[in-house]
Design a protein around this ligand. Structure first.
Ligand SMILES: Nc1nc2c(c(=O)[nH]1)N[C@H]1C(S)=C(S)[C@@H](COP(=O)(O)O)O[C@H]1N2
Ligand SMILES: [Mo]
Length: 234
């Protein structure tokens, strides 16, 4: 029976895969700048992971600007699917119902756009990237993911960032379904990186053994995108 036909997947396998990924990436994760920078720049009290709440060069916005390529894909929960594939043992495609059957996580985090606005304390709900990765089981050689949006957007994220517990595939913000203009039904968020690393209208997450630049990374945005070093452009 093909792996993608098994829902819900075996809990033991998922727990083992999660622990294995945690062991494999714990040190790399702790060494990422948003966790290890001894003299981070920025202002305000410490955020949830010990960095100044407002990264350098950012200002707080009360609204929620929309930033994308100007294409809002025609998507709803009936035609949405998410594929996880590439360098992994159990490639899978989930429909909306299957996605909601995965463990759901509530988390509040900040959202830093490279164009200098930051939106603070957004209450999100969705599925942890780490939980999806455990289902798919990336190969030993996998170090990165390429995230693909339904609008043709791509962005690359190292696994040492993507596996952080605040990286979610969100379907809900402020208790409401994520609006289409903000990437609904489901988008990724990367609170410890600039927001372009979180693909709206996420369609596919591809495990990679070598790093490849995504849409903005090919056009001069920083590959690493660390807000507390004002690492905006390369
Ligand atoms: N699929 C997709 N995801 C995307 C983008 C995009 O154009 N397409 N833009 C990125 C950028 S540059 C930012 S700042 C955020 C903006 O999210 P928002 O429009 O919900 O504020 O989405 C990111 N994710
Ligand atoms: Mo952005």
């Amino acid at each position: 029976m093909p792996e993608e036909a098994q829902h819900p997947p075996k809990l033991d396998r998922i727990v083992d895969a999660r622990m294995a990924l945690k062991r494999r990436f714990e040190a790399k994760m702790q060494a990422t700048p948003a966790l290890s920078d001894a003299e981070p720049r920025g202002a305000g009290p410490a955020n949830r992971h010990g960095m100044p709440k407002l990264p350098p060069g950012q200002h707080i916005t009360k609204g929620w600007p929309v930033l994308d390529l100007g294409i809002v894909p025609e998507l709803d929960t009936a035609n949405w699917t998410l594929t996880v594939d590439g360098a992994c043992r159990h490639p899978l495609t989930l429909n909306w119902k299957e996605f909601l059957q995965l463990e759901q996580t509530d988390d509040t985090s900040d959202f830093h756009c490279v164009t200098t606005w930051s939106k603070m304390d957004v209450p999100w709900k969705g599925v942890r990237f780490a939980d999806l990765a455990a289902l798919a089981e990336p190969l030993e050689a996998a170090e990165h993911v390429m995230c693909h949006g339904y609008d043709g957007y791509t962005t690359n994220v190292p696994l040492a960032e993507a596996l952080k517990p605040d990286v979610l595939l969100v379907h809900t913000a402020y208790g409401q379904p994520l609006p289409p203009e903000h990437g609904g039904p489901v988008r990724m968020i990367t609170p410890q990186l600039y927001a372009w690393k979180g693909s709206k209208w996420i369609k596919r997450i591809e495990f990679l053994t070598a790093d490849h630049p995504g849409f903005w990374e090919q056009r001069g945005y920083s590959n690493s995108a660390h807000p507390w070093r004002e690492d905006r452009y390369s």
